[in-house]
Design a protein around this ligand. Structure first.
Ligand code: AMP
Length: 370
């Protein structure tokens, strides 16, 4: 059941803070994380399965790790826990690590890891996410419990779907029945029409300045830490993004084509400035709620992303939260229109290393790792 704070402190007691190594699985946002770690002066470690994963790094000397750990499969990482700790490694988790290891293996990986691994439990189910986001004051797409009640466009999402794979749109029950795989667990959500914005935030529980998150519940009246907006992206999704070029949905169905939502890339975006106060309010609520999810919750630490749609009424609907660095931050290796205002060239990857550096100098590394 994960790592308790005493165990973490015990591991850290044998760490040499002068030679911390930032370790990351070579995928997802690893170029950015390794590049950022190097900018902040850390030694770096790449973890990979298969030579082709390693080879492409030689094309990016600015991120090429100082050392590699080559494995036959990612589960072997669990057996290398002592090896990692002997090298003073801090693992930076990303979506691929959690996917390759599985969330329970990841939780039990006996190596200090950036962020709060406990929050993954809340991120890993749509129902728990909704509870969390609702507590944080975010509006979400309606959920339709009975498929017979579908009376307008809905999106059907399978529980284990990766990157939008297998999702489909239905307009009525007939549509739903025609496409659904009843064997799988699914959720039916109102299809929200509007523009998508993926908001990348960073919560620094150590900082006492800037936009401070006010606690709720047992933390009422407390200032919990600083909220920063790092960047924003919009995902490219194949094939829905290009679907319209072939005609109307009806034309496409005659050709037996259905839209799909497989993420293939990311584009940088900004939103109307007048939407920023609400964006911050939602993110603040989400961080404040993260401390109330369970007894002794350590809350959100570091990077997280609110995945939103803004309607033509200029209202946000949050359809998902990722409680870690997202690949949508990759366009911003050199900074973003938001982070540049505070400090040029500050990627989310670099921000993570900066926060580790600051925690080392404040002697409170255990407050940002798990
Ligand atoms: P998700 O797996 O929840 O991140 O969703 C994958 C993609 O499906 C999103 O990037 C959107 O393009 C689309 N999507 C998800 N939920 C909704 C919704 N409620 N309304 C409209 N589009 C959605």
């Amino acid at each position: 059941m994960g790592v308790d704070i005493k165990t973490l402190q015990n591991w850290l007691s044998s760490y040499d803070y002068e030679s911390i190594t930032i370790g990351v699985v070579a995928s997802h946002s690893s170029l950015q994380i390794l590049h950022g770690a190097r900018q902040e002066g850390f030694r770096t470690l790449g973890i990979a399965v298969g030579e082709n994963r390693r080879k492409y790094y030689s094309a990016f000397p600015g991120a090429d790790p100082d050392e590699w750990l080559m494995l036959d499969n990612y589960d072997e990482m669990l057996d290398y826990a002592d090896w990692f700790r002997e090298r003073n490694v801090i693992i930076i988790p990303h979506g691929s690590l959690v996917e390759y290891l599985g969330s329970s293996n990841f939780k039990n990986l006996e190596v200090p890891t950036f962020g709060n691994r406990g929050i993954l439990h809340w991120e890993s189910s749509r129902e728990r996410q909704r509870k969390w986001l609702a507590m944080g004051g975010c509006s979400m797409p309606k959920v339709i419990d009975d498929p017979h009640d579908i009376d307008g466009p809905v999106i059907v999402k399978y529980a284990g779907a990766k990157g939008g794979e297998g999702y489909f749109i239905a307009r009525d029950y007939r549509d739903f029945k025609r496409n659904v795989n009843i064997e799988e667990e699914f959720t039916i959500q109102e299809y929200v029409l509007g523009c998508r914005y993926y908001l990348h935030f960073f919560f620094d529980p150590i900082a006492e300045d800037g936009y401070q998150v006010e606690g709720i519940g047992k933390n009422s009246g407390k200032k919990l830490g600083r909220l920063e907006l790092m960047s924003m992206d919009r995902r490219d999704e194949s094939n829905v993004d290009e679907f319209y070029k072939l005609g109307s949905l009806r034309d496409l169905r005659e050709m037996s084509l259905e839209p799909s939502f497989v993420v293939t890339g990311n584009q940088p975006v900004v939103i109307r400035e007048s939407l920023l106060p609400r964006a911050f309010e939602m993110a603040e609520g989400t961080v404040a709620a993260s401390f109330e999810l369970e007894e002794n919750s350590r809350g959100m630490i570091g990077s997280f992303c609110l995945e939103t749609i803004v309607t033509d009424k200029l209202e946000f609907r949050v359809f998902e939260i990722s409680a870690r660095i997202v690949a949508g931050s990759n366009p911003f290796v050199g900074g973003s229109p938001y982070s540049d205002i505070n400090e040029p060239f500050m990627s989310t990857g670099r921000r993570i290393s900066r926060s580790i550096k600051k925690a080392i100098s404040n002697n409170c590394l255990d407050s940002i790792l798990s």
